[in-house]
Ligand binder design. Sequence first.
Ligand SMILES: [Zn+2]
Length: 500
Amino acid sequence: MAAPNRLLVRGGQVYDHAGDVHKPATADILIENGDIVAVGSNLAVAGEHEAIDASGRLVVPGLINAHYHSHDTLCRGLFEELPLEMWLLYTLPMGQNRSREEVRARTLVGAVESLRCGITTVQDMLGLVPLDDENTDAVIAAYREAGIRVVFSPMVWDVPPIAMVRHKDSLPADVQEMLGTTARPVRDQLDYLEHQFARHPAGGTLHWAIAPFAPQRCTPKMLEGCAELAHKHDLAVYTHVYETIGQVLIARELFAHHDGSLIRYLDSVGLLGPRLNIVHSVWISRPEMDRMAAADAGIVLNHLSNMKLKSGIAPVCDLREAGVRLGLGCDNCSGSDVQSMFQAMKLFCLLAAVSEPEPGPGLAHEVLRHATIGNARTAGLDGRLGAIRPGYKADVILLDLNDVAYLPYNSAARQLVYTEAGRGVESVIVDGRVVMKERKLTTVDEDALRREVADLMHHFIADYDRVVEIRKQALPYMRDAHRRMWQGDVGMNRFIGRTR
Ligand SMILES: [Zn+2]
């Protein structure tokens, strides 16, 4: 059945970034063909339309997750106490060369979790292996089935994964191979992207972006190709930068001709500009922040995974002070291990609070902007996503004010950020379509999905056990390389990354 083209959300407290963020005014929202066409009190609607009673509900712009990878959702809960480089040993193989059924199921699992937590858009920086039509179709079909909006960017790279590891040369050849020592041709991957843009044109809930894996994982030729594609198709670019201290040390050495800076390297290939978003930036220096801000390039913070994978804490206060535009993400399902912008928003505020002893301005309403308007901006969708205003896409969530998180109800912004766990999310509208109504998904049969996943997990866990067995011998070498980096390289000069 086709979605009704008119929907009235009646009588909710509608969160307005520019209005009273503590006690939003009551208003109706009229949606037509996926767009918000009017917001106001007692809207009169003639003709046939669907209506949702939003009284006693907080109506908030759909949350956007600006950094996510759907390839490891089935690894949720498998790891802890692994630094990033050691975690890659497991999560990389478990995301590659999987069956079409598994690709579909893992995409749906992430989409369902996201919708249930009020996320209406995910930026899926997908490690798709192999990069082919069949895999791509499975992912896009799953997102369409769930009804969630996706900014889809299959990752490309032409320098082998081992380039992410500091002291890689100290690792035996077979351990290096476990992480990946094979390069991929540039042209094939760029052609693949253009081929998919033509096969699945952006529109409705599908958007594309370009994702070179990381500057140190790409030659200038690959990055220049990405810059060209982004310009030609008017797309945003996402890339991992300075997630770990090891990556900073690699940059200082290998990119000495760019003053040791990955930001300067990105600049040299034509990527530093308003389209660019660098992800993580745990170890970015202050001059680099200023350079990013001057170029209107953005940073997507992922405190959840950065802390869980022992990467560190991004310098929130300095980034705010430098005026870099900010977004937020939840990152991998096996590195965070949750798709919850509520947790991401809360951590942003808490880490800002403990980073600066002097009391500053309230952050709850600011982080709500990052998680909506700011994250829309990362994808070049500002002015279309992130607010409940006429002309915006109708991506809206309804939260139940009867939930104990709002007992008593003193501030919408603060309680959304500091108290809400996702439990209050009751209904979700994406592109004008009600995809979750009173806590029941209208798109995905969750019981059937549960059965599918249970079936797939027999094979998945058997494969995982094999991976663990084979990787056992690699762990002492990886641990040693990790220790050498922290105790030796960083040691006395731990803040090398910050002052450059
Ligand atoms: Zn990532």
